[in-house]
Design a protein around this ligand. Structure first.
Ligand SMILES: Cc1cc2nc3c(=O)[nH]c(=O)nc-3n(C[C@H](O)[C@H](O)[C@H](O)COP(=O)(O)OP(=O)(O)OC[C@H]3O[C@@H](n4cnc5c(N)ncnc54)[C@H](O)[C@@H]3O)c2cc1C
Length: 473
């Protein structure tokens, strides 16, 4: 049994990464009316990379960042730290964007992962950037084909080195677990300490001259003309020629965007340092590992030998309500802990020290949505669907291009203004989503137990795809 004695595990909103990265002194809130060239709303990776990119391209520009809380204390500072490319999504991308669009996007996503590593090195930000790839491994016979179509497509398109199929013995050589079978290695992917990256960006963006205001929730965004927009907080206003909305799941509360995403949650548990266990299972290469589920398990190690183990099986939020169980769900954390032990039985008797979670901005098309509102200079990025660490860098490049009105290769990427799929209004979205979630959890549990899901379960699981929604990779 894992040691779950009361008090043994700290279950918080913010989690271990932010604790490890150390405390920060918040920037003062906005308390006056000011002008800027670009106002960025939201200080997670998407907003901070945008601010960084704008200042790279236009060093004289005035950039204001308005953050409701403290930059990097949302999902950007608490995620699994899987800094991934889009190669694992290649088949779905080919289907939706054609070969050329899919290739352009996947290559750009690899360039972003590389650029994050370069940035950390050049800016002296030690975010534990480590490039050992993501191992997508089957955890049940029903998952055995996971990633195989991506390998085949990569071969067909002359990019064979990006994805490599691994036999069960090759997976076991990298990480021996009784549940992991064969898999695929996505070579370009990396891991980071997410909070160190987010807080490092926060620091460097401010040093570059961005005006960063924290405790500054934007309550209203008013378009005054084709090159004039005003963002209003309780303490003041920023008038700018362009605004960038980078508020992640809070986009569900923005009227023109609300039908374009739903919000669910993901939760992580973390062990005490267990370097001996890692040695025993042979997991010393630092690979990020996911299984082949739709409600995915994801796990990685830390330099001091801990295992972080996450599960994307959290509950759906009602509309734009982001607190409560979206952030702290003891039931889901307890289940995640059970799944951890099932994956690594050698952890019996070891302590799980931390648990945390946060919202996931789920795109009905499973792709980030980047674009501009039709009636003014307001640009947005959301819908990273639990995969924003690498892609937010790419989004930052695109958003900077849009905000600076630069018509370049970034603003022409096939992601831009692409996703036209819609989710139904509440209460239908919540009711249907909750039903589908329950069916998928049942299906994946039965498959892992070697049992065939019943017909009703299979029909409900197939329903989203039948209406054009992409739940999974
Ligand atoms: C538990 C968990 C694990 C995850 N694991 C991974 C992973 O391993 N790999 C991966 O790629 N992705 C992962 N993700 C997803 C990833 O964290 C996100 O895709 C990414 O951080 C999104 O960045 P962002 O800048 O869009 O959003 P955020 O980091 O959420 O930043 C948005 C900011 O906007 C602010 N804000 C909201 N409303 C307002 C307002 N009105 N005014 C001002 N500010 C506002 C918020 O306070 C927040 O700081 C995970 C997410 C969670 C929750």
């Amino acid at each position: 049994m894992l040691d779950l004695a009361a008090g043994a595990m700290r279950h918080t909103r913010h989690g271990w990464w932010l604790e490890e990265a150390g405390p920060v002194e918040p920037f003062a809130p906005l308390s006056a009316d000011i002008s800027a060239d670009v106002v960025v709303i939201g200080g997670g990776y998407a907003g901070l990379w945008t601010a960084w990119q704008v200042l790279q391209r236009a060093p004289q520009a005035t950039v204001a960042v308005l953050e409701a809380d403290v930059c990097g204390h949302g999902p950007s500072g608490r995620n699994g730290g899987f800094c991934q490319t889009l190669w694992g999504d290649l088949p779905a991308l080919c289907e939706r964007l054609g070969d050329a669009g899919a290739l352009a996007l996947c290559r750009a996503s690899s360039a972003s992962v590389e650029a994050i590593g370069d940035w950390c090195r050049e800016e002296g930000v030690d975010a534990w950037f480590h490039r050992a790839g993501t191992l997508i491994a089957s955890a049940a016979p029903a998952q055995d084909e996971v990633g195989r179509d991506a390998v085949a497509q990569a071969q067909r398109l002359g990019e064979a080195e990006r994805l490599r199929a691994l036999a069960p013995s090759e997976v076991a050589a990298r990480c021996a677990s009784p549940v992991l079978r064969g898999g695929v290695l996505v070579a370009d992917d990396a891991t980071v300490q997410p909070a160190r990256l987010a807080l490092g960006l926060r620091r460097r963006v401010a040093e570059r001259g961005a005006l960063v205001f924290e405790g500054s929730r934007v309550r209203r965004l008013r378009v005054e003309g084709p090159r004039s927009v005003v963002a209003e907080t309780a303490g003041g206003r920023v008038r700018a020629t362009a605004a960038v909305l980078a508020v992640n799941a809070a986009a569900r509360g923005v009227r023109p965007l609300r039908a374009r995403l739903s919000v669910t949650s993901s939760h992580i548990v973390l062990t005490e340092p267990v370097p001996d266990v890692l040695e025993d299972v042979g997991w010393t290469g630092g690979e990020a590992i996911t299984d082949g589920r739709t409600f995915v398990h994801y796990t990685r190690t830390t330099p001091d030998g801990r295992i972080a183990f996450g599960w994307g099986g959290g509950q759906l939020a009602w509309g734009a309500r982001l607190g409560g169980r979206v952030e702290v769900d003891r039931h889901v954390a307890a289940q995640t802990r059970e799944h951890l032990l099932r994956t690594f039985p050698a952890l019996a008797g070891r302590r799980v020290t931390h648990a945390w979670g946060g919202p996931i901005d789920v795109s009905p098309g499973h792709l980030p949505q980047i674009g501009s509102l039709p009636d003014g200079p307001v640009h947005y990025a959301f819908g990273f669907t639990g995969n924003g660490v690498g892609p937010c860098h790419l989004a930052g490049r695109v958003l900077a291009s849009l905000a600076l009105d630069a018509r370049d290769a970034d603003s022409r990427l096939p992601l831009v203004d692409r996703d036209a799929l819609r989710v139904p209004p509440e209460p239908l979205a919540w009711a249907a989503g909750t039903l589908v979630r329950a069916a998928w959890l049942r299906k994946e549990r039965l498959e892992e137990e070697g049992r065939r899901p019943d017909l009703a379960t299979r029909v409900i699981c197939a329903a989203p795809r039948a209406v054009g929604l992409h739940l999974a990779r």
